[in-house]
Design a protein around this ligand. Structure first.
Ligand code: PRP
Ligand code: MN
Ligand code: MG
Length: 179
């Protein structure tokens, strides 16, 4: 698997440090609120697991699965809800936890859908932000790292469902996704 990686972009240590910092910030910002972390599967699985442990106030968690890339490298533009939330959002300060804000189509759609459910508030936390590729006007409220327009995998991010289990974020060799 490691042979498919061109270079490591963000190390395990860098991720751990930033995620702990973000956990502290969120703990402060949501101290008097009713925090519900909404993890967007599958990509956010590792970020969610680490971030929730770095938060030291009451927090509920729920999971939602959406997909727009399938096995390809390009967004289909159509976001599909594969699994919906269990918790009713009314009364909660919802924080969406995502692995990457890329074209922005996934989060724009998700924001719209979740706002209709009338939460107290709705914000976005993303591990990675790739602003160069944005197709809609959307910003994250919390972002750990800004990444260049390269094909990144690892720490939850996949190519054709692979590489999610890499503990770091790396750039995939172009010959892997162009063949
Ligand atoms: C990826 C990634 C984000 C989204 C970002 O999910 O995990 O959720 O795409 O891209 P966008 O900003 O261009 O919409 P994907 O659809 O690949 O599903 P996955 O999380 O199960 O891999
Ligand atoms: Mn995703
Ligand atoms: Mg994917």
């Amino acid at each position: 698997m490691k042979d498919d990686i061109l270079k490591v972009l963000i190390t395990e240590e860098e991720i751990a440090t930033k995620v702990k910092q973000l956990g502290k910030t969120i703990s402060k910002d949501y101290e008097d609120k009713n925090l519900l972390l909404v993890s967007v599967l599958k990509g956010s699985v590792l970020f969610m697991a680490d971030l929730m442990r770095a938060i030291d106030i009451h927090a509920r968690v729920d999971f939602m699965s959406v997909s727009s890339y399938g096995s390809g490298v390009k967004t289909s533009g159509v976001v599909k809800i594969v699994k919906d939330l269990d918790i009713n959002l009314a009364g909660y300060d919802v924080l969406i936890v995502e692995d990457i804000l890329d074209s922005g189509l996934t989060l724009q759609y998700l924001k719209e859908v979740l706002l209709q459910r009338k939460p107290n508030s709705l914000k976005i936390a993303t591990l990675l932000d790739k602003p160069e590729r944005r197709m809609v006007d959307l910003k994250a409220d919390y972002a750990c790292f800004t990444v260049p327009d390269e094909f990144v995998v690892g720490y939850g991010l996949d190519f054709a469902e692979k590489y999610r289990n890499l503990p770091y974020v790396g750039v995939l060799k172009p010959e892997i996704y162009t063949k």
